[in-house]
Design a protein around this ligand. Structure first.
Ligand SMILES: [Zn+2]
Length: 200
């Protein structure tokens, strides 16, 4: 594909690399605690607002089989988790649980991008959650509608055997993270927090 498509930076469209040095630099910002409108019951950290470089890189990560960007975000995620551990905000290396995805979207995107990012971090990952049946796409729904849409929509696929850190691409209202942590808590799991690439 590189022969057919000129490579452009996922963050700024500059020709040359998958991610230019300037955009890589921007992605190096350590994660910060954020609050979401829906209480996810656990601390949530984000690498930045859903704007500029972070937004464009998240959109690029979702492009079909954009594995170079997913790999880079895996390194960003690992470094971010290490920063949280160094600051004492996270104790011990957690098991990563990607937020549930819709199978159809994963097929369209050449694999679940968030799960790919988790795997690329080199940290242990477990696919513990899945969407049960049909869930309407969240885009365009308000807070209450998102909550209704997700109530009962997240199912436990397997029970993690260690404390977990939820991972998602974007936190909008926090409703996906809340539904996910509720399912994990109900199964007796320890959820130490959630980390997202960016927050809206
Ligand atoms: Zn760039």
């Amino acid at each position: 594909m590189d022969l057919l498509l000129p490579r452009r930076c996922a963050g700024c469209s500059a020709p040359g690399e998958h991610l230019c040095p300037r955009c890589r630099e921007r992605l190096r910002t350590p994660p910060r605690r954020i609050s979401t409108r829906v209480d996810p019951h656990v601390p949530v950290w984000s690498f930045g607002p859903y704007a500029d470089t972070h937004r464009r890189v998240v959109l690029a990560m979702k492009e079909r089989r954009n594995l170079a960007v997913r790999r880079h975000l895996g390194a960003v995620l690992a470094a971010g988790i290490a920063a949280l551990q160094a600051r004492g905000e996270l104790i011990d290396a957690p098991l990563l649980v990607p937020a549930p995805t819709r199978p159809r979207q994963a097929r369209l995107r050449g694999g679940d991008p968030v799960a790919d990012v988790c795997r690329a971090s080199g940290l242990p990952v477990i696919r513990a959650l899945r969407h049960a049946g049909r869930v309407v796409d969240q885009v365009g729904l308000g807070v209450e509608k998102r909550r209704e849409n997700l109530a009962g929509a997240v199912e436990l696929e397997r029970v993690p055997g260690a404390p977990v850190l939820l991972v998602d691409d974007v936190a909008t209202t926090g409703s996906t993270l809340a539904a996910s942590s509720e399912v994990l808590f109900a199964a007796g799991c320890t959820v130490v927090g959630a980390i997202v690439i960016c927050h809206a």
